[in-house]
Write a protein that binds this ligand. Structure first.
Ligand SMILES: [Zn+2]
Length: 187
């Protein structure tokens, strides 16, 4: 673990040298991880290049972690989750007039859900810990991808018609993400 000072903040980070072509920065677990090609050398250059992004992201994550302390998790099993999601998929795909192929339930490492170009949906089984309205939000998000593949203007228009507070929902999802990381670490 190393520390870097960016403006007024001390930010912790880790470096991982891997067989990758390009360097990348991640905040998946809430801590900054620099994934660098094996012969990349010193990490200072890439930190400096992305310092504004790192700074902004670390603020957002800190806020999410603070919020996470006030959140409570739901006590559902995976079967209950599957039933809830199947019903929501049925309803929302009818509402939006789209067809869903297969629904998968998996332990996804870095997201709540995904949508493939074969119209298959995957949902993270960790959604079982989330309040119902956030599960609804995630399901609607993935179904909306059957209309709009990318997170473009049109996509957010559809989302915001259904969820006026979609920005808050995004923040809540991030807060839950970190809360669940904590729980998973303890188990
Ligand atoms: Zn998406």
């Amino acid at each position: 673990m190393a520390l870097v000072k960016i403006y007024d903040r001390e930010i912790e980070y880790e470096v991982s040298y891997r067989n990758v072509k390009y360097p990348r920065l991640e905040f998946k677990t809430g801590k900054l991880l620099l994934v660098l090609p094996k012969n990349y050398g010193n990490e200072k250059k890439i930190i400096d290049k992305h310092k504004d992004w790192i700074y902004r992201k670390s603020l957002i994550i800190e806020e999410a972690k603070r919020k996470a302390k006030k959140k409570r998790i739901e006590n559902r099993n995976e079967e209950e989750l599957r039933n809830i999601i199947k019903k929501l998929v049925k309803k929302f795909s009818d509402d939006l007039g789209v067809k869903v192929n297969i629904i998968y339930f998996r332990r996804l490492k870095s997201k709540w859900g995904s949508c493939s170009n074969k119209s298959n949906l995957s949902f993270n089984t960790l959604l079982k810990y989330l309040p119902y309205d956030l599960i609804k939000y995630v399901v609607f998000h993935e179904i909306t991808h059957l209309k709009e593949r990318k997170h473009n203007k049109k996509f957010w228009e559809i989302m915001s018609k259904k969820f006026r507070d979609y920005e808050k929902k995004e923040k809540d999802l991030l807060a839950y993400w970190f809360l669940i990381q904590e729980i998973e670490r303890m188990e």
